[in-house]
Design a protein around this ligand. Structure first.
Ligand SMILES: O=C(O)[C@H](O)COP(=O)(O)O
Ligand SMILES: [Mn+2]
Ligand SMILES: [Mn+2]
Length: 560
């Protein structure tokens, strides 16, 4: 391990645990613990490796909380998600997250007093305010009630013309729910029109096909959004958004997540809300990952990711600042959580050589989110982040193995190279395939993730290292919407209602490997432990004591 850190970063030595053991930290995305039935794909799938880890309970396997207040979300009804999960895993503390911060800012009215709001307000007299974001009550990227409050707020503060550019969900909420959300929004906008505000939905499209790509996986997604939102051009034109969503959903195999882009046109066929010079734009999602690309396209003068055709002079603000390192966007309505002093930063300053890897769709989870929504390295000499290109233009049920094997191979090679002290990966399968609602494919996905874990654990075995296997939130363990008693709910046609979203379930954490000191076991006095307790645990396994403000470690060392 490297040179002496300066005082601010120096971690105390753990009194009992040694340094220098390679530690593999494996995050299974969307891998919760739930009762066993046919809608639990993890149960159905062959997962011998994960099953064998469970046998280590309670000393080396346990459950941790991954939803609600344990990860900084407003209520216990909020399911976990990758952003808050990886933030908690990496930062070791619970921060009030975007959803909560926006709630507070709206409730207190502070949102209207900040620099970001004053900036966009300058466009209210002569321009249009465009609101772009995910239309649902999923609470993962955005929330409908926040949009409604924002609409009310701007209507009381001088806005004359509003255009909403909607992205339909079906991923954090039930497929088909888009119709109801559009109806609600249309009612709200009609009320604003009664008050003399020219308010309309101007364009739309499914979130996975339009605008909300992440980690630069496929810029075409953002371009389709740009064409509809900014240029007012799309393959589908409708007189109303409700008609658009209903008609497009009626196409074979259509679903909310992948609706094609559409624009709303007037009686002359002219788009009702392209974005033009002098307008203001707010992206109203609070979550960062799927807003960074659109933020770049709206803000950067210098831009070569696709041909924007026009680059209107607008006043643009994000609901939050999405990237703390890039300071993107430069204007925002609510300050993001200040997730500082993350475990990654501490460990690197204490000489821990770090390798992180996933495929594109989850790459930022073990880098950007892990490091507190901060892009880039802390110390290039000590860190290597490897991104395996994801397949593009497919739904992952057609390729459920995704790049699990490739990620595991990279991790294995990194472990065997002995060049790294921490080897951190995210295995996306359970989550990305779980979101498609395809049960059969999700079973294949879970098996592939389990095989990847095995490859990593085998490498750890060879080098005498330690492993920590956990997850960021549930998904694949429950694929059906249930009533309060846990019984699957049926739709009007008597078919089960597939759950494409995450869950409220706890997730497993397992520790082990030949490098684990014999007396290490999970404490039994942290029964409510959550993802934020993992950072201190990992720091201990690297031979350090975590900073005192971190959530407590999950492990203890007993004499053997
Ligand atoms: O963005 C997504 O894909 C979903 O809304 C949430 O999934 P994630 O939190 O696992 O990324
Ligand atoms: Mn996730
Ligand atoms: Mn997910």
């Amino acid at each position: 391990m490297g040179s002496t850190p300066d005082a601010k970063w120096k971690l105390a030595d753990h009194p009992k645990l040694p340094k220098g053991k390679p530690v593999a930290v494996v995050v299974l995305d969307g891998w919760g613990e739930a009762n066993a039935d046919q809608y639990n794909c993890i149960h159905t799938a062959e997962t011998p490796t994960m099953d064998s880890l469970k046998k280590g309970a309670p000393e080396r396997w346990r459950l941790v909380r991954a939803h609600g207040t344990a990860v900084g979300l407003p209520t216990e009804d909020d399911m976990g998600n990758s952003e808050v999960g990886h933030n908690a895993l990496g930062a070791g503390r619970i921060f009030a997250q975007g959803a909560k911060l926006v709630d507070l800012a709206l409730e207190s009215g502070k949102i209207y007093e900040g620099e970001g709001f004053k900036y966009i307000q300058e466009s209210f007299a002569n321009g249009t305010l465009h609101l772009i974001g995910l239309l649902s009550d999923g609470g993962v990227h955005s929330r409908l009630d926040q949009l409604q409050l924002l609409l009310k707020g701007v209507s009381e503060r001088g806005v004359k013309r509003v255009r909403v550019h909607i992205l339909t969900d079906g991923r954090d909420v039930l497929d088909g729910s888009s119709v109801g959300f559009v109806e609600t929004l249309e009612n709200d906008l009609a009320k604003l029109r009664e008050k003399g505000i020219d308010a309309r939905i101007a364009s739309g499209g499914g979130r996975m096909h339009v605008t909300m790509d992440r980690y630069e996986n496929d810029w075409n997604v953002v371009k389709r959004g740009w064409d509809a939102q900014v240029l007012g051009e799309a393959p589908h034109k409708f007189k109303s958004a409700l008609e658009a969503v209903k008609k497009l959903r009626a196409e074979p195999k259509a679903n909310d997540q992948y609706l094609p882009p559409f624009v709303i046109v007037d009686d002359n066929g002219k788009a009702v809300g392209p974005i033009v010079d002098g307008d203001a734009v707010v992206t109203f999602n609070f979550r960062a990952d799927r807003m960074v690309m659109i933020a770049k396209s709206l803000e950067y003068e210098d831009f070569d990711k696709f041909d924007r055709v026009r680059f209107p002079k607008i006043r643009y603000a994000g609901m939050l600042q999405y990237d703390g390192e890039l300071k993107l966007p430069s204007h925002y309505l609510v300050s993001p959580p200040e997730i500082d002093r993350t475990s990654g930063e501490f460990l690197v300053h204490n000489g821990v050589r770090t390798f992180a890897c996933s495929e594109t769709v989850k790459f930022g989870h073990v880098t950007f989110f892990w490091n507190g929504n901060r892009s880039g390295y802390f110390n290039k000499q000590l860190e290597e982040y490897v991104e395996i290109p994801s397949d593009i233009g497919i739904t992952f049920n057609v390729q459920p193995k995704m790049k699990a094997l490739e990620i595991a191979e990279k991790a294995r090679d990194a472990i065997l190279s002995r060049k790294f002290d921490q080897i951190r990966v995210n295995l996306p399968n359970g989550d990305m395939v779980g979101h498609t609602g395809d049960i059969e494919a999700t079973v294949v996905a879970c098996k592939a993730a389990d095989e990847a874990v095995k490859m990593i654990l085998d490498a750890i075995e060879q080098v005498g290292g330690i492993y920590v296997v956990t997850a960021d939130h549930g998904n694949a363990e429950d694929m059906v919407k249930r009533d309060k008693s846990g019984k699957p709910l049926l739709d009007k046609e008597g078919k089960i209602q597939i759950l494409t979203s995450h869950t409220l379930q706890p997730v497993p954490i397992a520790i082990g490997g030949p490098g684990l000191a014999p007396g290490v076991r999970f404490r039994n006095d942290v029964p409510d432990g959550g993802l934020a307790n993992v950072a201190a645990t990992v720091m201990n396994l690297h031979g350090f004591v975590a900073p005192s403000d971190y959530e407590t470690t999950l492990i203890e060392v007993v004499d053997k």
